[in-house]
Write a protein that binds this ligand. Structure first.
Ligand SMILES: NC(=O)c1ccc[n+]([C@@H]2O[C@H](COP(=O)([O-])OP(=O)(O)OC[C@H]3O[C@@H](n4cnc5c(N)ncnc54)[C@H](OP(=O)(O)O)[C@@H]3O)[C@@H](O)[C@H]2O)c1
Length: 206
């Protein structure tokens, strides 16, 4: 952390996260470390990423403060309703990553091809993709619909683009609202686990 702050030229970061719950033996020690960094005011807020209910319960059982945020793969095809409800009940902010997975063009780069990503990509490419239809209805892009869905669900989003026009487009999601009928239709599109990690959804880590 001290090394990162030095490289950033900062005294503190706004939010510091544990990336994934893979280090079973280290999870509690890592979380205690973040709590200490917050005490030292090197992070204004601390959280985790890819933690399941069981991982979060482990922190609670050890008598530790719950994270302020859990960054997870969240989009209409991976809605994780039980986890999202748990986060709300425990005052943990859900942060959505890979919001654009249902785009037909999502992560075309090699290395992200699996049976599941290919299946999702094929569904997105269909002419009757629900997001293409919803986007046409609001006069917005599919990406804007996906980001707007997350915002209406109350999830902060962090889409990445190397393309200036897309960066502008991704920020322009406050001039329209998805109506209740479409939000209800999207609610029914959940396909379960996320696909952003080639090794599988990390919330399943033991
Ligand atoms: N905690 C975790 O485990 C975890 C996992 C994954 C990601 N993340 C975080 O989330 C951030 C974003 O990652 P991500 O997975 O959401 O996205 P990403 O993997 O960075 O991919 C976004 C993709 O969507 C494309 N794109 C962006 N805006 C678009 C638009 N308006 N229309 C069409 N295509 C568009 C981008 O291509 P162009 O660049 O060509 O526009 C890129 O291929 C990362 O930088 C990282 O900080 C965290």
């Amino acid at each position: 952390m001290n090394e990162s702050l030095k490289r950033l030229g900062l005294d503190y970061v706004d939010l510091y996260l544990i990336h994934a719950p893979f280090e079973r033996e280290q999870r509690l020690a890592q979380w205690r470390g973040l709590i200490e960094l917050k005490k030292q005011k090197k992070a204004r807020a601390i959280g985790v990423s890819n933690f399941s209910i069981a991982h979060l319960e482990e922190l609670k059982a050890a008598g530790l403060a719950v994270p302020q945020a859990n960054q997870i793969e969240l989009h209409p095809w991976s809605q994780k309703p039980e986890l999202v409800r748990y986060l709300a009940d425990n005052g943990i902010a859900p942060i959505a990553y890979s919001s654009l997975v249902p785009l037909s063009t999502w992560r075309i780069a090699k290395g992200h091809d699996s049976a599941k990503t290919n299946e999702m990509r094929a569904a997105g490419e269909q002419a009757d993709s629900p997001f293409k239809a919803i986007a046409a209805k609001y006069g917005k892009s599919e990406a804007q619909v996906l980001l707007r869905w997350a915002i209406q669900k109350g999830y902060p989003v962090l889409p990445k683009s190397t393309n200036p026009a897309r960066i502008r487009q991704n920020a322009d999601v406050f001039s329209f609202a998805i109506d209740d009928k479409d939000m209800t239709a999207i609610e029914k599109m959940d396909r379960g686990d996320g696909v952003a990690w080639a090794a599988g959804d990390p919330t399943h880590a033991l």
